[in-house]
Design a binder for this molecule. Structure first.
Ligand SMILES: Cc1cc2nc3c(=O)[nH]c(=O)nc-3n(C[C@H](O)[C@H](O)[C@H](O)COP(=O)(O)OP(=O)(O)OC[C@H]3O[C@@H](n4cnc5c(N)ncnc54)[C@H](O)[C@@H]3O)c2cc1C
Length: 317
């Protein structure tokens, strides 16, 4: 393990995908005197359990542009840093249940096209052609995005970390930041391994960003929400189709019912965005635990029933 340096230009707190990506991009911009501090292992936060979907859709111009950048960046990253990773570009179908949703998709199409993406608004026949297992009841059409896909979030983080290290940055694992203070116009970052002085600090502490914000006297306006997904076992029809076609199904997103359904190997991953969602560590008598690395909240499957029933009717296999 690398020892803690006494100074750096930038200290990044948190070794999830956001911290690792910040470090990599700073190095690419020539800021190689940067140190990332991670309290546990890289990817031990939310990144550990992400489904890894890589969408481009947004109703915001700048978010869409950032996501477009990510899809292009991920395509070349494995080769650029010499770290193989699973990145599947499958395309996606974002389903519309109403005329208004179709209008929203027309706007997104215009924005996407202007940003150089080949996204399109398609009708029911084209949905069925691209996704033979779907039932199209209650649908008006869909937004098809050929650049959507999924990536292994742990491999992505490790690839970014390798690229940054190769350019000269340092990553210190098992090194929690316990406090910060200002001294002589610099930040002093305290850890059990000693202090490190720097010009700039990046708070990339993910689900713990509010806790880190407090070290600066800031209230970060965020809340920890639990999010569940269900992995299905192999589906014989899907396995046969994939063998025959040599590709995966596009990802389905039903924004009106509120879930995604993605092929995962020869099964499925169903991820609802639960309307009846649940916040954690939200009150003073339920504080965030000192350590939640690589941990999960207990299953709460009753909350998923509505989404599961809808998805099963949509894709009966
Ligand atoms: C079930 C699930 C599915 C998801 N699916 C998707 C998806 O399909 N697509 C998508 O884009 N996103 C998805 N997400 C969201 C995604 O996981 C997060 O947005 C992303 O991983 C956040 O990365 P991060 O680096 O900000 O935070 P984290 O991964 O939480 O990393 C923060 C890191 O900071 C460290 N840290 C905290 N405090 C300190 C400290 N004081 N000192 C040092 N280190 C500290 C933590 O140990 C942790 O490793 C999903 C999330 C979940 C839970």
């Amino acid at each position: 393990m690398a020892g803690l340096p006494s100074t750096a230009r930038v200290v990044i707190i948190g070794g999830g995908v956001v911290g690792a990506s910040s470090l990599y991009h700073l190095c690419k911009a020539g800021w190689t005197d940067c140190v990332l501090l991670e309290k546990n292992e890289l990817t031990s936060g939310s990144t550990w359990h992400a489904a890894g979907n890589v969408p481009t859709f947004s109703s915001s111009w700048s978010l869409m542009n950032m996501q477009r950048y990510s899809t292009e960046f991920y395509r070349d990253l494995a080769e650029a840093v010499d770290y193989p990773m699973n990145y599947h570009v499958t395309g996606s179908l974002r389903l519309a249940h109403s005329k208004e949703r179709m209008q929203e998709f027309q706007r997104a199409k215009g924005m996407g096209r202007y940003q150089g993406m080949d996204i399109d608004v398609v009708g029911l026949d084209e949905i069925k052609r691209r996704y033979p297992f779907i039932e199209t009841h209650e649908l008006k059409g869909a937004l098809y995005d050929p650049s959507d896909g999924d990536i292994d979030p742990a491999q992505l983080t490790q690839a970014l970390a390798k690229g940054a290290r190769d350019m000269g940055a340092k990553i210190i694992r098992f090194c929690p930041v316990t406090g910060v203070r200002r001294e002589n116009g610099e930040w002093v970052v305290a850890t059990p391994q000693g202090d490190i002085r720097c010009e700039i600090i990046v708070n990339a502490a993910g689900y713990r960003a509010a806790e880190v914000g407090k070290m600066f006297g800031r209230e970060v306006p965020m809340m920890v929400m639990s999010h569940q997904y269900i992995l299905f076992e192999e589906i014989p029809e899907l396995a046969a189709w994939t063998r025959e076609q040599g590709k995966k199904l596009p990802l389905l997103r039903d924004v009106d019912t509120s879930y995604y359904l993605r092929q995962e190997k020869s099964g499925m991953n169903l991820g609802p965005y639960e309307r009846n969602c649940r916040a954690h560590w939200a009150t003073h008598n339920d504080p965030i635990p000192e350590d939640f690395s690589f941990q999960l909240f207990p299953d709460d499957l009753d909350r998923l029933e509505h989404y599961l029933a809808d998805a099963v009717a949509r894709v009966p296999i």
